[in-house]
Ligand binder design. Sequence first.
Ligand SMILES: Nc1ncnc2c1ncn2[C@@H]1O[C@H](COP(=O)(O)OP(=O)(O)O)[C@@H](O)[C@H]1O
Ligand SMILES: [Mg+2]
Length: 231
Amino acid sequence: MDPIIRVIDLWKEYPTDGDKGTAALRGARLEVRSGEIIALLGKSGSGKTTLLNLLAGIDRPTKGRIEVEGRDLEAMGEKGRTQWRRLRLGFIFQFFNLLPTLTAFENVFLSLELAGRPDPQLAVQALRDVGLEGKDHRYPHELSGGEQQRVAIARAIVKQPLLILADEPTGNLDTQTGRQVLDLLVEQCRRASTTMIMASHAASTRRCCDRIVRIVDGAIVEEAPAVDFEP
Ligand SMILES: Nc1ncnc2c1ncn2[C@@H]1O[C@H](COP(=O)(O)OP(=O)(O)O)[C@@H](O)[C@H]1O
Ligand SMILES: [Mg+2]
């Protein structure tokens, strides 16, 4: 089967990189098959967030190419990328990034509206799926960190995206809560056969992934099946 994501010789230089003579991404390559759950492991500053932002079409590469579902992300144009993101992509952040003036329900519902499927029942069900039944009308500040991240997971999964990008999704949670949130996230992806790339600097996230991709100084240097590692 063709990969649904193909990253080909991807480079990213930020304007400030020139002085240092380095780049955040230096020829990164990656292929992802449909339904795969990938842990993108790397130290702080290695280029994980940069790679995810480029995959999401939020930022653009200096050089190289990203194909999603066989389409060149660059060729889609700004509008095409925005549309693709709304319909096909779920993004989960370290600091949750919920809209503070919207309730849990409204945060999830907005994601459906943007995807052109404003069905309130789907939002209610997604919140139920992440264990937040009865908390639909709470605002983010009325929820714990773990609960906020559950809302963010509901917001991502509710539109049944092709791909979920998660950037250190447990990085701001205590160990036990982080483990629960990670299990929930993986379970939701498995249930819907959703592809996920999850960036982390913690090796612990790799236990439930199909594949480990290591990023070092902006290059992908190692790929090995997850089963080769100790849990
Ligand atoms: N907006 C930006 N402007 C300039 N440099 C940046 C920017 N974002 C990231 N960088 C630099 O790019 C490199 C990779 O950063 P990042 O992708 O955030 O790594 P990670 O997510 O693995 O911690 C770092 O050296 C970082 O300082
Ligand atoms: Mg980062």
